[in-house]
Ligand binder design. Structure first.
Ligand code: HAM
Length: 404
């Protein structure tokens, strides 16, 4: 019978990737906890309306990438394509953010029906951080400085670059949108196919079209920055002054608009040259309108998400060395000594010592092979011919010395 394969774009996590995943989970969880972020983990499945309303009906994600199905109660449900909408829903439902400053993090799988390739999957993991209740750019600088610190600690700071932009308020974007549509409508036939469609559904996204012909036409187009008012400019200027003071280098990218509708003011992406087309490792921005869009009172918010698989690819590309996970000790069991070995194993583990045991027995030679393979530093042998009679039945060998 033919064996059943996994779903395209949904991968098993094991081996080296799994070790990197565990390392990042621990690293990110402890870093963000130390920065006063709390864990908030909403479910993977939400009502479809949450994403349609939260992310925006005219986005690629909602239009063509969601895993949506009708359940047994005839309700339309969706595997979350991103985490922010679910976090806001949870905050409102649990009363977590009304008139409060709160910071949350979470890590888990997201689902998008995209064309799979290196760095782009249909099930992938994001680490997300979301901050509620602060409208000023200092919180944006704080978040970006945590990320800059993380890149340094992961030794990839030389391989990532920060791109930032401001897309202003809803009213400013509306003003730009009208001027932009007026400019592009007579040129519609010369735009790429996606941009032609977006001209009526989501014109802002035309700005980040990858089509060279479309990009050439945009050279003379009205700019979003020309539509920004004093307050929006001042907000962005202050953020930039903080980044300068923190010595966090950035590139201004006036074409950066992001693929989710909830953003306003600051948007950013950290990209790398080492991952081909899937260059964005971490991305986010300000989304002051989302909480009220989803039924809460107006609440400023800022957040970001990083793709864990892309981060793992980048760490592997840059030869990041994980700490050795081998046990310190490996116990080999002589025939008839298993009970004592199990007791010793339990005792050592109680003391926090990293140790493994050759359960399943086998010949001394095969146990030695297992000890070797485990990477342990020391071998513990109970019983055996050359133990010191009357003293102890325990012998410790330095495996490294013997094999060095
Ligand atoms: P996003 O830009 O859609 O933003 O995704 C964030 C990151 O998730 C990307 O930069 C990338 O590293 C990773 N990612 C996205 N799609 C895939 C995929 N198909 N395969 C592998 N990795 C992928 C958001 O999702 C927003 N919710 C971020 C945010 C949080 N904004 C505010 N708070």
């Amino acid at each position: 019978m033919k064996s059943i394969q996994s779903v395209r774009g949904m991968n098993d996590l094991f081996g080296e990737d799994a070790r990197f995943f565990l390392f990042l989970q621990e690293k990110l969880g402890s870093l963000f906890s130390a920065c006063q972020f709390e864990l908030l983990a909403p479910p993977i499945l939400e009502k479809t309306a949450l994403f349609a309303r939260g992310i925006g009906n005219a986005t690629d994600i909602v239009e063509k990438e969601m895993y949506t199905f009708t359940d047994r109660e005839k309700e339309s449900l969706t595997l979350r394509p991103e985490g922010t909408a679910g976090v806001v829903r949870a905050c409102l439902e649990q009363g977590l953010i009304h008139n409060q400053i709160r910071k949350f993090w979470y890590l888990g799988p997201m689902f998008r029906h995209e064309r799979p390739q290196m760095g782009r999957y249909r099930q992938f993991s994001q680490f997300d951080a979301e901050i509620f209740g602060i409208a000023t750019p200092d919180v944006e600088a704080e978040a970006l400085s945590i990320l800059a610190l993380l890149w340094q600690e992961l030794q990839i700071d030389k391989h990532v670059r920060l791109e930032i932009n401001t897309i202003g308020t809803l009213e400013e974007r509306q003003q730009f949108r009208e001027a932009f549509i007026d400019f592009l409508t007579p040129l519609k036939a010369d735009l790429d196919e996606d941009s032609q469609r977006r001209l009526t559904t989501n014109p802002l996204r035309i700005l980040d079209s990858k089509d060279p012909k479309t990009q050439a036409l945009l050279k003379d187009a009205p700019t979003l920055s020309a539509c920004l008012g004093e307050a929006s400019r001042a907000h962005f200027k202050t953020l930039r002054s903080y980044l300068d003071a923190l010595c966090i280098p950035y590139h201004l990218n006036p074409l950066l608009v992001r693929g989710l509708d909830y953003y306003g003011h600051t948007v950013f992406e950290w990209t790398t040259d080492l991952l081909g087309a899937q260059a964005t490792v971490c991305a986010g921005g300000r989304y002051d309108g989302l909480v009220s869009e989803l039924g809460g009172s107006p609440t400023p918010a800022f957040g970001f998400a990083m793709g864990i698989e892309r981060l793992i690819l980048l760490l592997k590309k840059t030869n990041f060395q994980l700490q050795d996970a081998s046990p310190q000790y490996f116990i080999v069991a002589e025939e008839g000594q298993m009970t004592e070995c199990l007791l010793l194993l339990q005792d050592l583990r109680r003391q926090g010592i990293s140790v493994a045991l050759a359960t399943g027995g086998g010949s001394f030679k095969s146990q030695m092979k297992r000890a070797d393979k485990s990477g342990a530093k020391y071998l513990i042998q109970l019983g055996g011919e050359d133990t010191l009679a009357g003293c102890s039945h325990l012998r410790i060998k330095d495996l490294r010395a013997e094999h060095g």
